[in-house]
Design a protein around this ligand. Structure first.
Ligand code: 6R9
Length: 670
């Protein structure tokens, strides 16, 4: 329960302005971790229920939830029902169950109702400089309603899935909000995914409609999304699943209507239908626990997991985390570089910011087009105040000349944010000193698709930062670090990061596979949610995330399962086995010779089955792979060989055939 003490401490700072939490508190927080667990004395429920500030279970989140519109309230009962302990039965998490609301209503109608209808909701910056657009909250609501009415008209109902395969056009958040308005469950598929990945997701959630566009420009390239959708839909038909409608947005700057391949009876132009529908649309009131969206994410086995988020808790959580972690003010201009195809684009391009009535910038293009200064030019053009991005982007722009940054003034910037991977201290310092002119705090937000919102994050005005540390848990979040046996460890330590109690934004299940949900997340350390990440905590109580401890890897900030890349490689007719880092060790069918062409066609297999971002940078020919006697590949050894740390190979005597190690070393630069 040390986590409980910690969040009570941090919550106590919330309403009085976080600015006063001092270094002292950070030290106190650190010490509390080491305190005797059994010395904690909790307030009685009677006291908590009447207190100004109480624990998340009692009232804390219900106070915050009152800022939103609920058609029907949650009554006097507990606001959360949870069991995270597999030993006690089925894992279950429910927040505000029985209450009804609508997240689109809260994100648009409620904001308009309070007088912000003419405020800009969306700024859109196209791939080409000078190509832009914007929408006020009023206009955004009208567009959302027109699409919602069309979807209803073709028979999309509450609970139906809708797959969205769109790039960063304004139509992407519009489509998400339109689904939410009518209670349909959206599943956005990142527009960098291949036809096969798209088909796999369609086959799993069986949507009535897929929403796409004909093509998009990213940097100098044109990507033909409609062709990819066609291929995916064909693959689905071959597997017995047909999607009735392919609603296609004509993205004129990338491709003309006339050039687009068309399937009569199935394909519909977005621009042909939506203008005909009314600009108002009645809201579908849904239970707080009704599904909002599915988002597929990579796991450590081949099949992606359909992470399911519900409505009420997710709404309250994304809005609140956005507000505090970015110190959001109504005058802010917010830009998150993430694509809506990832969770960051769900929680912190679309829902969190709109629920706060923020002005959000959406960028269609690539950060290095037409040159490496594009991001900073955009910051100046829109006077961006909050800039949220990923370490991979920071690192890639850091390699370029400083003049690309300094030619822009960047004086509007107030808070910077980072997500997706640990940000190494040198990248942190460059981001802080060069981009932010040593003036803007960095919110290094640790969280996951599964968590829905920030879990460990700085409150930028509150406590001192340490470059590379995500600092402390958000209000009500109870992270614990456990050892291999699942024992909580206190004080300065490192181990596996788990969460002890639920939070409103938590995912509720894996779509169609509650058993896999329990096995993956709740069985490894019974009693806890297991994050899959390693973490250490320093003497001041700061958290340092050390990366995945399972077989999920991070490529350019995108989360991808090693198994997905492996199965793409192995599907190649001449490949017998593969293990991926994304430095790939590849074993060929006996007798097949190594060649440059084969190397290229293997890379192509990954590009076409998953997407270009997952293509291995290096293929290392492997006559054999280091395996245990039970056949498990020892990736630890592969990592050492890949990074040339040959004197740190460790114990290789448990290998079924230790001689493969020497063979692999000999082929290092083949
Ligand atoms: C939001 C998102 C989740 C995994 C997570 C961890 C890594 C994310 C991080 C971070 C260190 C941060 N991660 N943010 N590691 N510091 N600030 O990225 O979700 O795509 O599901 O990835 O990303 O390893 O477990 P998702």
């Amino acid at each position: 329960t040390s986590g409980h003490l910690r969040h009570v401490e941090s919550m106590a700072q919330l309403p009085s302005g976080a600015g006063r939490i001092s270094h002292l508190n950070a030290v106190v927080l650190g010490e509390s971790l080491a305190s005797e667990e059994h010395d904690l004395v909790f307030p009685s429920p009677e006291f908590s229920s009447q207190a100004l500030l109480s624990s998340p279970e009692h009232g804390f989140w219900s106070e915050i939830a009152k800022e939103f519109y609920w058609k029907k309230g949650w009554g006097d009962g507990p606001i959360v029902e949870q069991n995270l302990d597999v030993r006690k039965g089925t894992v279950k998490i429910e927040w505000f169950k029985g209450a009804t609301t609508n997240i689109c209503y809260n994100a648009l109608d409620r904001i308009i109702g309070r007088g912000d209808g003419n405020k800009i909701a969306l700024y859109w910056e196209g791939n080409e400089p000078g190509h832009d657009a914007k929408l006020t909250y009023n206009e955004l609501l009208e567009k959302v309603c027109q699409l919602a009415n069309y979807l209803k008209d073709i028979g999309v109902k509450k609970g139906d899935a809708v797959v969205i395969y769109l790039p960063m056009l304004m139509e992407l958040p519009i489509a998400m909000l339109a689904c939410a308005r009518i209670g349909a469950v959206h599943s956005v598929v990142f527009a960098g995914f291949s036809a096969e990945s798209l088909a796999q997701r369609i086959l799993d959630c069986r949507p009535k409609v897929i929403i796409t566009c004909n093509a998009v420009r990213r940097g100098p390239k044109v990507i033909h999304l409609k062709d990819i959708s066609d291929a995916a839909l064909l693959e689905c038909v071959n597997n017995g699943v047909s999607v009735g409608v392919c609603l296609t947005y004509e993205n004129q700057s990338a491709m003309k209507k006339e050039a687009t391949k068309w399937v009569e009876g199935r394909d519909i132009w977005w621009q042909d239908v939506t203008p005909k529908y009314p600009t108002t649309c009645a809201v579908e009131w849904v239970d707080a626990e009704d599904s909002l969206f599915l988002l597929y994410t990579s796991g450590s086995t081949g099949k992606p997991k359909g992470v399911l988020h519900t409505t009420g808790g997710y709404m309250v959580y994304t809005a609140t985390t956005f507000k505090y972690a970015f110190d959001y003010k109504p005058s802010d201009i917010y830009w998150c570089t993430a694509d809506c195809g990832w969770i960051t684009g769900h929680s912190y391009v679309t829902y969190g910011p709109f629920l706060n009535g923020a002005s959000v910038l959406v960028f269609e293009g690539a950060p290095n087009y037409p040159d490496a200064g594009r991001c900073w030019d955009i910051v100046d053009k829109y006077k961006v105040t909050l800039f949220y991005t990923a370490p991979t982007l920071v690192r890639s722009l850091m390699r370029e000349k400083t003049e690309y940054v300094t030619r822009a003034s960047r004086k509007s910037l107030r808070v910077l944010g980072s997500v997706g991977e640990p940000i190494n201290p040198s990248a942190w310092r460059w981001f802080f000193n060069v981009v932010g002119d040593s003036r803007c705090p960095i919110s290094d937000t640790w969280w996951q698709t599964e968590t829905g919102g920030f879990m460990i994050t700085p409150l930028p005005g509150a406590w001192p930062q340490k470059p590379g540390s995500a600092t402390f848990p958000f209000f009500g979040v109870q992270p614990v670090i456990v050892d291999e046996k699942g024992n909580e460890i206190g004080g300065e330590c490192s181990g596996y990061l788990c969460i002890k109690s639920s939070w409103p934004g938590a995912f509720r299940t894996l779509y169609g596979d509650h058993e896999r949900y329990e096995t993956t997340y709740f069985k490894p350390f019974p009693g806890y949610y297991f994050t899959g990440d390693g973490c250490s905590r320093d003497g001041d109580g700061y958290h340092w995330l050390t990366g995945r401890v399972d077989d999920v890897i991070n490529v350019s900030g995108h989360r991808i399962g090693t198994a997905e890349v492996e199965s793409a490689l192995v599907s190649h007719p001449q490949c017998a086995e593969a293990a991926v880092g994304i430095y790939a060790f590849v074993t060929l069918i006996d007798g097949v010779p190594y060649s440059q062409e084969l190397r290229q066609s293997l890379v192509l297999a990954v590009r076409s089955q998953i997407g270009a971002f997952a293509a291995p940078d290096k293929i290392h020919w492997a006559p054999g792979l280091p395996k245990t006697r039970s056949g498990k590949i020892m990736r630890r050894i592969l990592r050492k060989i890949a990074s040339r740390q040959l004197d740190e190979l460790g114990d290789i005597s448990t290998l079924a055939d230790p001689s493969v190690v020497d063979q692999l070393i000999a082929l290092t630069d083949s």
